[in-house]
Design a protein around this ligand. Structure first.
Ligand code: SF4
Length: 97
């Protein structure tokens, strides 16, 4: 009975340590997901529209929680800071069904 109790405690401590060890990894992955994509510069991304074209009207745009919040871009994986008012040279008109 005592052995079982000790074994259960050891198992619980192992699980807790694994859980605590994963916290920094989760934090790092969130940071890297939020980091601006290096493609921004290559594609000439800017925070304002160009010639009436903007990210919210681009087929690559992934909308944020609301229409005005930043979202993502299918071409810039992990970059969650794409403005719906932004634009880049890869802009392609979103066709509405
Ligand atoms: S491809 Fe360019 S214009 Fe289109 S959503 Fe991405 S950043 Fe915006």
């Amino acid at each position: 009975m005592k052995d079982l109790h000790v074994q259960n405690r050891r198992t619980a401590l192992k699980k807790m340590s694994l859980g605590l060890a994963s916290i920094p990894l989760l934090s790092i992955s969130k940071i890297s997901l939020a980091a601006p994509s290096p493609l921004r510069a290559a594609l000439g991304y800017q925070e304002k529209p160009k010639d009436g074209h903007k990210c919210s009207g681009c087929m690559h745009f992934v909308a944020g929680k609301t229409a005005k919040e930043n979202g993502g871009c299918k071409l810039m994986a992990g970059d969650a800071g794409i403005s719906p008012e932004g634009w880049c040279t890869a802009w392609v008109e979103l066709k509405k069904a």
